[in-house]
Design a protein around this ligand. Structure first.
Ligand SMILES: [Fe+2]
Length: 578
């Protein structure tokens, strides 16, 4: 049984679920090199899906699209006539909410027409005609977010929370997931959007919406809210006791095409820009972060208390804010907290696919936490060697990985910058040890060295650690599960000096705790580095340069290696050295 998830809005992606298991998932940006690519069809991701999984569209039982928007392009691609729509309904839905959602969806429809609905396929682009019995489904955006986190959380019963800019007219929702079923608790329209609030500030700070929010978060601890407390009230949706008590009218965001894709923007950012000029960038970022944390806590915590459910699963782009996640965890009300690692809209294909498997097809749900997100393509040693030989590049070939690991750990201990390209590509916005650039975290100056030689990104942004579970016990205060760099924790004051390159200015770290089970090779490398240095922790940043997606293929890896100040590239069983 094959279910294909395909997302044709921004952060376009493809996911394939075979007999209930995620067997392939990738964002289009990894393949076409355009970060956050969309709204458009993820053609490379789809082609690669069929190629690597050795199937064709004729094998598909269900195609599912997250979102209830127009999908004329998808229908044309698969020669499908109509789709079945699965929306959320609950007794709490007010008629006014429904009307508002309809109005926003209509506005979105017309703006979407300009982008994709006029399209047709050129003769040279093959389409994929499906069998007449293949079903085409559309699943509500927030229901897809909720499903992405519930069905990968390993929880049987939990409170599920989603928050983003907006999708299908909603921005914040809560659910109860129990025995494989998701039941809505509350849903808030786009006038309660905490994502939009943070987007506006991010644009005002000079960064693209849906791209620069991590920079706003990274900048915030450098400022204070002494003079800025309350200055963003005019764009803040206010929550109290789990409900929206002061809505905001955000209007329709506009799109701007640059760098090969569309980016949203809003006129309200110019008002915030004036505040930035008056109070300073750091202080406005600090206020935005304070407000986000406060309002999210006002929403989430009352529902935990009311439901009595102390396990929480979360998704939606707002949950990429690791500091906000830390605050939720630190409330002390939760027994366990899981955030789907690809919490943004790319991950919707996973959610809509799993929802189809468990809720539409009624397959039995056995709670199991995902251990990793290595769902992309793997390149064999034969493929890599061929590419290297074609380019007449000198390399060392290792007979097995253990010597490569020992050598790489030694280079890292000597302060070298190593690119680590192994196995299947990781999904989600963070490099998780298969397409990573690594360095020794023990010296504070390594942060500046890696920035000036390789990453070329803003100096205030923190780098993150990968660490063994043993190191996590030592370096993280009161952690919950932290496999995916999606939640931060405080680091004990006296231990910051051990790993200064991966501790942020506010003494927090956003870790990937690597187990042998999740990634045996990467675990061995960190462990080996620990044996040499006494610190089983590595600085891990994504294998790319600023503004580009994480590298997927060997050709781009080689180009990045030679274009930057990387010292080594450990590449399957091969090692390149400068
Ligand atoms: Fe979303």
């Amino acid at each position: 049984m094959y279910i294909l998830g395909i997302h044709n809005s921004h952060d376009a992606s493809v996911c394939l679920i075979k007999d209930g298991k995620i067997v392939y998932y990738i964002q289009e940006e990894r393949l076409n090199g355009i970060k956050h690519f969309g709204p458009a069809l993820p053609m490379h991701a789809l082609d690669l899906c069929f190629e690597t999984q050795k199937i064709s569209q004729r094998d598909l039982d269900i195609i599912v699209i997250p979102g209830l928007h127009q999908i004329k392009d998808i229908k044309l691609l698969f020669h499908a006539q109509s789709s079945e729509k699965i929306d959320i309904s609950s007794n709490e839905t007010k008629f006014s909410d429904k009307l508002r959602a309809m109005a926003v969806n209509a506005a979105g429809y017309f703006s979407y027409l300009n982008i994709t609905d006029q399209m047709d396929f050129p003769v040279y682009r093959p389409t994929y005609p499906i069998k007449s019995k293949t079903r085409l489904l559309q699943v509500n955006h927030h229901l897809s977010h909720a499903a992405s986190t519930y069905y990968t959380s390993g929880f049987d019963e939990c409170l599920v929370v989603t928050a983003d800019g907006s999708g299908d007219g909603l921005s914040v929702t809560a659910w109860v997931g129990k025995a494989g079923e998701l039941k809505p608790v509350i849903k808030i329209g786009r006038n309660g959007s905490l994502g939009f609030f943070y987007n506006i500030v991010t644009e005002a700070l000079g960064w693209q919406i849906s791209e620069g929010e991590g920079k706003t978060m990274g900048l915030a601890p450098y400022g204070t809210t002494n003079k800025t407390k309350g200055v963003l009230d005019f764009i803040t949706p206010v929550y109290s006791d789990g409900r929206l008590v002061k809505p905001q009218f955000f209007g329709i965001f506009k799109s701007w095409k640059t760098d090969g894709t569309f980016h949203w923007h809003t006129p309200q950012s110019s008002k915030v820009k004036k505040l930035i000029d008056k109070y300073g960038r750091e202080n406005i970022a600090a206020e935005a972060q304070r407000v986000l944390e406060e309002q999210m806590l006002n929403f989430v915590l009352p529902w935990i208390k009311r439901s009595g459910i102390k396990k929480v699963a979360a998704a939606g782009g707002v949950f990429l804010n690791v500091k906000m996640n830390q605050r939720i965890w630190e409330s002390g009300l939760l027994d366990d907290f899981y955030i789907f690692p690809d919490a943004g809209d790319a991950g919707l294909t996973v959610g809509s696919g799993l929802f189809t498997n468990y809720s539409v097809l009624k397959n039995r749900y056995i709670p199991r936490r995902i251990k990793n997100t290595y769902w992309g393509k793997e390149y064999s040693d034969e493929e890599i060697e061929k590419i290297l030989r074609l380019r007449k590049i000198k390399f060392t070939k290792y007979a097995d990985k253990s010597k490569l690991i020992k050598d790489t750990a030694m280079f890292l201990a000597k302060g070298k910058i190593v690119a680590w390209f192994q196995g299947r590509m990781e999904a989600g916005p963070r490099a998780l040890g298969n397409r990573s650039i690594l360095m020794d975290p023990r010296k504070a100056e390594n942060k500046d060295i890696i920035n000036s030689r390789v990453k070329f990104r803003e100096g205030f942004r923190p780098f993150c650690p990968s660490m063994t579970p043993e190191a996590a016990k030592k370096y993280l205060i009161n952690p919950t599960s932290a496999d995916f760099m999606i939640i931060s924790f405080d680091v004990p004051k006296q231990l910051v000096q051990d790993i200064p390159a991966v501790v942020h200015v506010d003494r927090t770290a956003r870790p990937q705790v690597v187990t042998k089970e999740a990634n045996p090779l990467y675990f061995q490398l960190i462990d080996e580095f620990g044996k040499l240095t006494g610190v089983p922790v590595l600085l891990n940043t994504s294998f790319n340069i600023k503004g580009q997606p994480i590298i997927e293929d060997p050709q781009t890896a080689i180009k990045c290696f030679f274009d930057t100040g990387l010292d080594y590239l450990a590449f399957g069983n091969f090692l390149l050295k400068k």
